[in-house]
Structures are given as structure tokens and as C-alpha cells.
Design a protein around this ligand. Structure first.
Ligand code: EPZ
Length: 429
């Protein structure tokens, strides 16, 4: 299994182009199941997660072609007919969001058998809200032996659905099912994440009638059929935020392009409070830090437009070298501090109690061998290692490959010293 070696101490200077958003791309790919016409997605990130989902969709009947378009990587998806309504455990467990094929399969095909995704390292992550939404749209749902059986032989019908709390996945799943349901659907307490709006823009271009996406109330008027379209995947705000924090950690001046500052405004405000220079530009943001010590800042994760849980680990890494104590509260997932003991191996001083971590800034970090536990946790270790003395080896980097495209290349182009070591495994595992 690959690992990554980072020699700390270099400042970062240069430009990092941000890729298309993983968490949008994988929902947009699923939208192809709703139409027999081709869907062309541009600004596509090339990641392990899009490959995992691609494998499942090919099994369901989607033809997938990845190619280099004029404006960068693109993927053509075409599902002339649903060849199977069965999403097996082996294909779903590799990537939880694969579960979102359930709604489109029932909407187009009247039935689906989809594996429950199971838990993951950041929390139990149930799918009860997804199931309640699909049921409210008229599907009969049964659970047997780890599988969800959904049936709606006469099609889905619109409904008013009020989510008890905000769920990105359940909001997207309900949208993906309701676009082909008869009549009107109202989603109350919907997630407002930019990826929801991106999905709505694409579905509307395919012929759907969705309004209010990006606000807590979404209105969907069902249509009989959807067609194909070309859609550019929104910029990856978590990748942009990650490199913003990396630049703040290492010092220097980095220009992030192909993104939008409003997507990471909650983070930018916290970086400014910590003493980092932030300049919002038309196509991104410039992050500057001249080496002065950072101030400690508290954060609470929250649904968008609050501070993203997917940037919590990275910000914690930054706070390990700030002056004083920073209190970090994780309110979205119950077990999302697994990076804390690994950061401690680099010399960080972090006390975790329930959903709260107290980070006491230290004078310096020192390179060590550490282990990635999930996607965002692993990149927080890379960020810490950029500023640590000596070299750090991060094992289990397959987590990183799920969501960061060409990470070493992008960081090294700005002067970092990050190297992938192929197949170095046993001692790390
Ligand atoms: C999405 O996960 C993202 N994943 C996550 O990013 C992100 O952390 C999360 O939203 C929050 O922003 C994708 O888009 C693929 P939720 P999702 O449903 O949709 C609970 C990354 O690193 N819940 O908003 O699964 C759930 O357990 C990933 O890229 C239920 O209880 O998140 C959590 O505590 C990690 N029942 C909370 O709601 C349900 O049916 C919010 O989860 C659904 C969710």
C-alpha cells in the first residue's frame, strides 16, 4: 500500500488550480440513471470515489467514457436502459454515496435492491432519513439481510417531506427521486450546501423543475422524463479550503484558482481571525502568511454556510501551532477526531472530550510516522507535516486518493517536498 513522505519546513508559493467537487460529481453521475440520453460532466475530478461509483453504475447499465475535453477532464455517462436494479454490497460499501442510486432506480424503473452502506470511521451514518423520504414519495420499502428492497410499480408521487435535521445526502436523494414523481414535492429543512444547488442546476438543465435549491425549502414539480445535458461540476470547496489551510500552515503566498471565495467564506473569516492574510479574487483567493505566529481561534462545525465538518481536521492541524488554546466542536459526526491522536504523534497537544477538542498551541511539531484514518483526517496530517521539523511518513494514503486529485503534484508545484512511496506497506499497516 502506498504511503506519503513529507519533508517539512518549506514555505508554499505559487498557484493551485482547484478541481471539480467530489461530493457534487458523485451525485451528478447518479443523475444519469434518470435519463436514456447522454449526460456530459465537465470539470470532473479523477478520484478513487468517482471510479468506485463508475463501477457500480456500469453494473446498472450506464456506459461511461472518461476523456480529456477542451476545458479539462470530462465524463460522458449514458444509461439507455437500466440493465440491473441490484446494487450489491461489495460495490456500495466502497463508497457510501453509492446508496443514492436507490431513488433514481425506483423513479425510473419502479424497483431497486440496494445494499445498506454500513457504518464508517467518522460515525454510524445511518440512512433512515433517505429511506423515509423515498417512502414518503410512495415507494414500498422492506429491509432484508442488509439490503433495501424498494418498489413503486406505478411510479412515485410528490409529497411534503420535513427533515428532522439537515442531511446533505438525504436532501440530494429526495431530489433525485422526486424529479420524476407525479405532482409536487416540498422538501422542508433541506440542506443548503452548494453541491445541492449544483445538482439542481444540472437536473433543471435535463428538464426537471426544481426551485429553491440552496435554501431550506425546495420545491420540485415532477416531470414525465428527463433528457441529456452538459454540466460543469462546481469547484471543490473542501479542496480549496484544504489548500488555504495548508498555505496558512506552511507560510508563503498561494493563489487558489478555478474556485469561488464565497464557497469557503466561513473558513476565510476564521483564517483572518487567526492572523492569516486573505484576498478574495474573481476566480478564487490568495492566502498569505509571513511567518508571524498565528492566534488561536475557536470553531464549531455546522451545516452550510457554517464551518464545514470536512475542514475541521485541517483547521485543527493549523491550530496546533497557534498561540494559546483553540476549542473545536464537532457537531455533525460523532467520531470525527481520529486525527487528534495522530497529530499528537507529531507533537500536538490536544485533549478530546466527547464532541469537543481543546488544542493547546505548541512551539513546534516534529516529523513522525502517522496513519491516515479517513479522507479529511489524512490530509490534516499532510498539512501538519508541511510545518513540522524533519520528515513525516503518512501511511494508508488510499484515503487521500478518494478525494484529493494529484495532491503531491499540486503542493510540490508551490515548493513543498511531498513524495509518494509506492507499495510501502507492511510496517505501516
Ligand atoms: C455529506 O455526507 C458529505 N459526503 C460528507 O463528506 C460531509 O461531511 C457531510 O455531507 C456533511 O457536510 C458526500 O457528499 C458524499 P449528512 P452525508 O447526511 O450526506 C446523520 C467527505 O469527507 N444522518 O449531511 O452522508 C449523519 O450520520 C465526506 O467528503 C442520519 O442520522 O452527510 C450525520 O451525523 C465525509 N440519518 C448527519 O446526519 C440519515 O439518514 C449529517 O449527515 C442521514 C444522515
Amino acid at each position: 500500500m502506498d504511503s506519503i513522505a513529507i519533508v517539512g519546513g518549506a514555505t508554499l508559493n505559487g498557484e493551485i488550480p482547484i478541481s471539480g467537487a467530489k461530493n457534487s460529481a458523485i451525485k451528478l453521475m447518479v443523475a444519469s440513471l434518470l435519463t436514456d440520453e447522454p449526460l456530459r460532466l465537465t470539470n470532473m475530478p479523477r478520484l478513487a470515489d468517482t471510479r468506485f461509483l463508475g463501477k457500480l453504475m456500469q453494473h446498472l447499465g450506464t456506459r461511461i467514457e472518461e476523456r480529456d475535453g477542451e476545458a479539462g477532464p470530462e465524463t460522458l455517462l449514458h444509461t439507455p436502459e437500466i440493465l440491473s436494479h441490484f446494487a450489491p454490497y461489495d460495490l456500495v460499501r466502497q463508497m457510501r454515496a453509492s446508496f443514492n442510486v436507490l431513488g433514481p432506480l425506483v423513479a425510473r424503473n419502479g424497483q431497486a435492491k440496494v445494499s445498506l452502506p454500513g457504518g464508517c470511521t467518522i460515525g454510524a451514518r445511518p440512512v433512515d432519513l433517505h429511506l423515509r423520504a423515498i417512502e414518503a414519495l410512495g415507494a414500498q420499502i422492506d429491509l432484508h439481510e442488509g439490503y433495501v428492497y424498494a418498489q413503486a410499480p406505478r411510479g412515485l408521487r410528490g409529497a411534503e417531506i420535513t427533515f428532522p435535521f439537515v442531511s446533505v445526502g438525504a436532501t440530494e436523494h429526495a431530489m433525485l427521486a422526486a424529479v420524476l414523481a407525479r405532482g409536487e414535492t416540498v422538501l422542508n429543512n433541506a440542506a443548503c450546501e452548494p453541491e445541492i444547488e449544483d445538482l439542481a442546476i444540472c437536473l433543471n438543465a435535463m428538464g426537471a423543475r426544481i426551485s429553491g435549491a440552496g435554501s431550506p425549502t425546495i420545491l420540485i414539480t415532477g416531470v414525465d422524463r428527463l433528457g441529456g445535458t452538459t454540466h460543469a461540476v462546481i469547484s471543490d470547496r473542501i479542496e480549496a479550503g484544504t489548500y488555504a489551510v495548508a498555505a496558512a500552515m506552511a507560510g508563503g503566498e498561494v493563489r487558489l484558482t478555478n474556485t469561488r471565495p464565497d464557497l469557503i467564506e466561513a473558513l476565510l473569516v476564521k483564517l483572518e481571525e487567526a492572523g492569516v492574510g486573505v484576498e478574495r479574487t474573481l476566480d478564487g483567493v490568495i492566502i498569505r502568511r509571513n511567518g508571524a505566529r498565528l492566534k488561536s481561534v475557536d470553531i464549531d462545525t455546522a451545516p452550510y454556510p457554517g464551518f464545514a465538518t470536512d475542514l475541521q481536521a485541517q483547521f485543527m492541524a493549523l491550530m496546533t501551532l497557534a498561540d494559546g488554546e483553540s476549542v473545536i466542536r464537532e457537531t455533525i459526526f460523532e467520531n470525527r477526531f481520529m486525527h487528534a491522536p495522530e497529530l499528537a504523534r507529531l507533537g500536538a497537544d490536544i485533549a478530546v472530550s466527547g464532541g469537543e477538542a481543546r488544542v493547546q498551541g505548541v512551539d513546534h511539531l516534529e516529523g513522525a510516522q502517522v496513519m491516515a484514518t479517513d479522507l479529511r483526517a489524512s490530509v490534516s496530517l499532510v498539512i501538519a507535516a508541511l510545518a513540522a521539523r524533519g520528515s513525516t511518513r503518512v501511511s494508508r494514503v488510499y484515503h487521500l486518493d478518494r478525494g484529493f486529485e494529484r495532491l503531491e503534484e499540486k503542493l510540490n508545484a508551490c515548493g513543498a517536498n511531498v513524495r509518494r512511496i509506492k507499495g510501502a506497506g507492511s510496517a505501516d499497516e
